[in-house]
Design a protein around this ligand. Structure first.
Ligand SMILES: Cc1cc2nc3c(=O)[nH]c(=O)nc-3n(C[C@H](O)[C@H](O)[C@H](O)COP(=O)(O)OP(=O)(O)OC[C@H]3O[C@@H](n4cnc5c(N)ncnc54)[C@H](O)[C@@H]3O)c2cc1C
Ligand SMILES: *[C@@H]1O[C@H](CO)[C@@H](O)[C@H](O)[C@H]1NC(C)=O
Ligand SMILES: *[C@@H]1O[C@H](CO)[C@@H](O)[C@H](O)[C@H]1NC(C)=O
Ligand SMILES: *[C@@H]1O[C@H](CO)[C@@H](O)[C@H](O)[C@H]1NC(C)=O
Ligand SMILES: *[C@@H]1O[C@H](CO)[C@@H](O)[C@H](O)[C@H]1NC(C)=O
Ligand SMILES: *[C@@H]1O[C@H](CO)[C@@H](O)[C@H](O)[C@H]1NC(C)=O
Ligand SMILES: *[C@@H]1O[C@H](CO)[C@@H](O)[C@H](O)[C@H]1NC(C)=O
Ligand SMILES: *[C@@H]1O[C@H](CO)[C@@H](O)[C@H](O)[C@H]1NC(C)=O
Ligand SMILES: *[C@@H]1O[C@H](CO)[C@@H](O)[C@H](O)[C@H]1NC(C)=O
Length: 563
């Protein structure tokens, strides 16, 4: 026994002498109470460096108690963006894991949960640079937030320092935007605190349009294009990320750089689709603009009385979805329902068509839907500037929601439309109450497959983006919230992934499930290895870590310790 032991030791020694084994110790970022955590005097120094713009951050409920918010303000995305600790879906502010730390609207106690401790309320890039340098020097957990819209909770984290970009509010138009000396034509540069609504309004005043989503406060230069950025006009103009010409970014080393196809091109590649919050702090982004045009929003509701009928209706919709290919319509097809009846709300956007032509585009589907027994209700059209059609007045906020999604390939719609209806039937039968369909791919999104960026290639062959949603109210106990979330993931994921083509199918990283078991494949696909190598160049110490983001797999869920 002894000799065996010795010889094993000798072998180990021999190996370690010839090929030194790199021992990687788990390491943790500094938390309050740790010896390396900044003292009050250090925070005060940071505060002085940024002109007194350092804030103590509290949960939105506590902030609202102090401010005396109305119910309307609580539920307003525009108002919530003025509260540094607020997330739009306020479940992300809570820490449901035992011992739970909650701050609920009707609660009698309020704990900090996953809300940052401090925030830099930045208005110039130097404020962000100071925050980044401070976080590096003290090895702190950092988060970046603009609107707080994130559906995966990536813009908030326990015990973190928030780099808050909500007040980068400049909007500048030019007819000749230069990249590396070459004229890229008409463009708009927007700060990373500007919501879509304000960009649409400013563009309209210039008789211009840009490719953005349907929302008020989603930040075009924040998380939106780092995920992809879909729009009702994507079938015509491509994804929002396809139309970014440049970003200005504060890097993890504190440098403030211009990033485009000629300057840091590998970072430019990663920022367009490589995942929000993983690369640096975007100060502003420049988007191509287009001459304004006229568009029609066609809306109609279809009611079904049984789950079988709902399945048949969704199969019929899948068969008709190519009806709108020639005119490259964008469509939101939102189904709300149950194992019995459902309502399909269809909002279709047609560029350059009037109301009657838009109705003509819809009539084949609607008459076949009537034939299968669906009740068609409230058909109407509005013809206006596209800016007014997709720019919302405000975004409903202040509730609890999670999502799970997949990009559904065009081939499924062409070869197997009945599998779409079957998937809806299965989801409804298993208790899912809402499935949000987006016809925002195909057309130019597919034609842009030649653009070399980190957009998940699943976007280029997709026809639709389907999201199942789960809401709950605050009466659900913390342990049940955790169970509900696990249930939701385990019910929805197999159905949508099955429809989308299996375990390697893709999902939109901005509108997905933070509990996806294999986010590297699901959100980044074949781009993951290259993304990791680019992150190693620009963020070698993982200052910018978000759940499901690049290199998140070596950090715990809070992003505080390596695993
Ligand atoms: C009502 C609503 C409508 C939506 N509609 C659409 C749509 O039509 N099309 C679409 O594609 N998506 C849509 N989305 C999803 C949206 O793209 C994502 O929620 C996106 O992440 C929002 O980015 P944000 O910066 O506004 O949000 P935040 O919550 O502030 O941030 C989201 C992510 O981006 C990072 N981030 C924020 N600011 C910066 C910055 N300055 N620099 C670097 N990283 C930053 C954060 O760290 C986080 O990881 C919608 C969301 C909502 C709530
Ligand atoms: C930062 O300084 C300002 C101005 O002096 C002060 O009002 C604010 O409370 C300070 N912030 C913190 C977190 O102490
Ligand atoms: C809070 O309580 C009020 C009054 O009981 C109720 O109407 C409201 O729905 C509750 N809000 C939440 C978020 O539970
Ligand atoms: C953040 O800064 C902006 C711009 O100076 C200011 O209007 C706003 O009130 C500040 N927010 C907070 C919470 O202090
Ligand atoms: C920060 O990183 C960038 C990109 O690697 C590099 O160009 C720049 O020189 C670095 N700045 C400093 C101050 O080290
Ligand atoms: C289902 O039917 C009930 C009763 O008619 C109705 O109140 C409800 O709105 C319907 N639900 C949907 C999602 O259509
Ligand atoms: C649609 O056609 C009808 C009948 O031809 C006409 O009266 C109406 O003005 C048209 N509406 C639009 C929006 O073009
Ligand atoms: C729609 O109805 C027409 C006319 O009845 C029929 O020819 C066609 O096959 C139907 N289309 C689908 C997809 O069911
Ligand atoms: C989760 O699913 C299990 C098993 O189906 C069920 O018993 C439980 O009630 C569900 N919990 C919640 C909170 O939905």
């Amino acid at each position: 026994m002894l000799s065996l032991f010795l010889s094993v030791t000798a072998v180990v020694l021999a190996i370690s002498l010839t090929r030194p084994v790199q021992v990687v110790y788990a390491r943790c970022r500094n938390q309050p109470g740790d010896p390396g955590y900044p003292a009050a005097a250090d925070w005060s120094t940071l505060n002085n460096t940024i002109g007194g713009r350092l804030l103590r951050v509290v949960p939105s409920v506590e902030a609202c108690r102090k401010l005396g918010c109305t119910e309307a303000q609580w539920a307003s995305g525009i108002f919530r963006q003025t509260i540094p600790g607020a997330m739009n879906a306020y479940n992300w502010e809570q820490d449901y894991t035992p011992p739970a730390e909650l701050c609920l609207l009707n609660g009698t106690t309020c704990a900090q949960g996953n809300v940052p401790l401090y925030a830099v309320n930045a208005t110039i890039a130097q404020h962000i640079q100071a925050g980044v340098r401070f976080a590096r020097a003290h090895d702190l957990r950092v988060v970046i937030k603009s609107s707080g819209h994130d559906y995966l909770g990536r813009s908030t984290a326990k015990n973190s320092l928030l780099l808050w970009t909500a007040y980068f509010r400049d909007i500048t138009f030019t007819d000749h935007f230069l990249v590396g000396g070459a004229d890229q034509g008409s463009a708009v540069t927007v700060g990373s605190g500007v919501g879509l609504k304000n960009i649409y309004a400013a563009a309209k005043a210039q008789n211009k349009m840009f490719v953005g989503g349907t929302a008020a406060t989603v930040s075009a230069a924040g998380g939106y294009t780092q995920g992809a950025g879909h729009s009702a006009f994507s079938p015509i103009y491509g994804l929002a990320a396809d139309n970014v010409l440049q970003y200005s970014v504060v890097l993890a080393n504190g440098s403030y750089v211009v990033v485009n196809s000629a300057s840091f091109p590998n970072l430019f590649w990663a920022l367009r689709g490589g995942g929000a919050g993983s690369w640096g702090v975007i100060i502003d982004a420049t988007f191509r603009t287009f001459p304004i045009f006229s568009a029609t929003l066609h809306t109609v509701n279809l009611l079904t009385a049984t789950v079988e009928q709902t399945g048949d209706l969704m199969t019929l919709h899948a068969k008709h979805i190519s009806d709108w290919d020639n005119v490259r319509a964008g469509q939101y097809f939102y189904l709300t329902g149950s194992a019995t009846n459902s309502t399909l709300a269809l909002n279709t956007v047609f560029k350059g068509l009037d109301g009657n032509s838009s109705k003509a585009q819809m009539s084949a589907f609607l008459s076949n839907a009537t034939a299968l027994g669906a009740i068609v209700q409230g058909e109407s059209t509005i013809t206006a500037a596209p800016n007014d059609i997709v720019g919302f007045p405000d975004d409903q906020s202040g509730y609890n929601v999670i999502l799970s999604s997949r990009l559904i390939p065009k081939s499924i719609y062409v070869h197997s439309p009945s599998s779409v209806g079957a998937a809806y039937k299965q989801l409804l039968s298993q208790g899912i109450r809402s499935v949000l369909g987006h016809l925002v791919a195909g057309g130019q999104v597919s034609a842009n497959a030649n653009i070399d960026s980190a957009i998940h290639p699943a976007w280029r062959v997709a026809k639709t983006h389907l999201i199942a949603t789960q809401l709950w109210d605050d009466t659900l106990a913390a342990a049940d919230v955790l169970a509900l979330r696990r249930n939701f993931t385990s019910i929805v994921r197999p159905v949508l992934a099955g429809l989308a083509g299996g375990p390697s199918s893709g999902s939109y990283s901005n509108e997905g499930d933070v509990l996806e078991p294999n986010p590297q494949v699901t959100y980044y696909g074949p781009n993951y290895a290259r993304l990791k190598s680019i992150k190693a160049i620009y963020d070698p110490n993982d200052l910018f870590i978000v759940p499901t983001g690049v290199r998140s797999e070596i950090w715990n869920a809070d992003g505080t310790c390596t695993v």
